[in-house]
Design a protein around this ligand. Structure first.
Ligand code: FRU
Length: 432
């Protein structure tokens, strides 16, 4: 262990998501989403759509562009076998006035020699600041590569603008693309240090807090061979996910320096995906998505949204609901949704995700590959899932209802009465 990491760990204590926490993960009525059925129409029948994020202002509010809200999503042709989509992922934008009906804008970047970095672009976030868009993304692989590689760098395209007219809305360049961050090998594992599953260094998420500008991202903590982590268990040491953070010393949204991770899950889980924070009542709620198959041997988790709470951005974070589990799929449709994004809505959190595989209840997502290709396509949702409503009270959460597929209300828009509110009003037994 090097000096910087030692100092960090001495100060911050053990990783926040421990095996003891994760061992308590269990489906409950409060954490399971209702079953999802296919929508009448997907957002765009020509596209598979998965990880999705809003265009936001510096203070985190959803940008209002002449009455439109904008989301960005990873996308590919809907003719592609769903399992191949990560190899060609392209960021497209979609816009809506009512948060229910979305129109496809198109690819955010032109793909040419000045186009985005990487051979494909994975998840990110988007800032609208003084009329300019900063589109953060993961540059996966290298531009123009012949064989796919899995190098991941945090990148930004900036300089884009957005125009509206009677036909709708357009985002246009020119863009300047820059690599912002690569793993340093001390706080964050590099590709060559990785010992097991594919390393992660991706999903930059822009966030400002108390006037300081940050990027959060998904990463791994280096665990050298022979280390005493996980009681020296080499198999467990390969599972070393973390939530990374970088800070901009000047507030410039294109200049960041790495800082020690916010949370790590060494010996627990390999992938803490798409980290993001919701601030509420002086608390910081940190959310990540993770998979059933990325928990270490001996731990049973689910494809789910996991969350943690702290009274400052740096933590120490405590898992919500004791285990960290906030929202998962029902046991008879365990892969129906993934890649959740929570945002604040008054007393509730609204959680969007994408509609993943339905009519599929085998124990592992790997078994999708044994289905005939036509079935792989038929059973893949590839569009926005119903939004889930969650009550949040201190370190506890509770699923209280859903909205339609891809219905993304603004924080000040009124919602219909939830199941939970209706039930609260029912008289107790004996009062009928
Ligand atoms: C989550 C994820 C992200 C990544 C993207 C690639 O769904 O694994 O971490 O950016 O998918 O498609």
């Amino acid at each position: 262990m090097n000096e910087r990491t030692r100092e960090f760990e001495a100060k911050n204590g053990p990783p926040a998501w421990t095996r003891e926490h994760a061992a308590a993960i269990e489906r409950t009525d409060d954490t399971v989403a209702p079953i999802i059925y296919p929508p009448e129409a997907p957002v765009d029948s020509d596209l598979h759509i998965w990880d999705t994020w809003f265009l936001r202002e510096r203070d985190g509010s959803i940008a209002d562009i002449d009455g439109y809200r904008i989301v960005f999503a990873l996308s590919s042709s809907s003719e592609l076998l769903p399992g191949k989509r990560h190899d060609v992922a392209t960021i497209r934008y979609f816009y809506s006035r009512d948060g229910e009906n979305w129109k496809t804008g198109g690819s955010i970047f032109d793909v040419d020699e000045k186009g985005p970095l990487g051979s494909r672009q994975w998840a990110g976030s988007a800032l609208y600041d003084q009329g300019t868009i900063y589109a953060y993304y993961t540059a996966s692989g290298a531009r123009g590569e012949e064989a796919l590689t899995y190098t991941q760098r945090l990148a930004v395209g900036h300089g884009g603008t957005v125009e509206t007219d009677e036909d709708g809305l357009r985002i246009e360049g020119p863009w300047t693309h820059e690599v912002l961050l690569e793993p340093d090998g001390e706080f964050y594992e590099t590709e060559s240090q990785s010992r097991g599953m594919i390393y992660t260094f991706r999903d930059p998420w822009f966030f400002e807090d108390e006037g300081t500008t940050y990027l959060l991202f998904e990463a791994n903590t280096p665990v050298p061979e022979g280390s005493d982590a996980c009681g020296g268990d080499a198999a467990q040491q390969e599972f070393n996910g973390s939530v990374g953070i970088a800070e901009s010393p000047t507030g410039n949204p294109t200049e960041f320096e790495l800082r020690p991770p916010l949370l790590d899950a060494v010996c627990v889980n390999q992938e803490l995906e798409r980290p993001h924070v919701v601030r509420r009542d002086g608390c910081y709620y940190l959310f990540i998505s993770s998979h059933d198959h990325t928990f270490t041997p001996g731990l049973d988790g689910y494809d789910a949204l996991y969350g943690f709470v702290a009274d400052s951005l740096r933590g120490e974070y405590e898992p919500l609901n004791a285990s960290g589990l906030v929202l998962t799929n029902p046991s008879n449709a365990p892969f129906q949704a993934y890649s959740w994004l929570a945002y604040d809505h008054g007393d509730e959190l609204l959680v969007t995700s994408f509609f993943n595989y339905f009519e599929f209840d085998r124990p592992s997502l790997d078994e999708v590959a044994v289905l005939p290709e036509a079935e792989q396509l038929r059973r893949f949702g590839g569009t926005l899932a119903p939004t889930v409503r969650i009550r949040l009270d201190g370190n506890r959460t509770k699923v209280v209802g859903t909205l339609g597929h891809g219905h993304l209300p603004l924080p000040d828009e009124e919602l219909p009465e939830s199941w939970w509110e209706r039930c609260e009003k029912l008289p107790d037994e004996g009062e009928y």
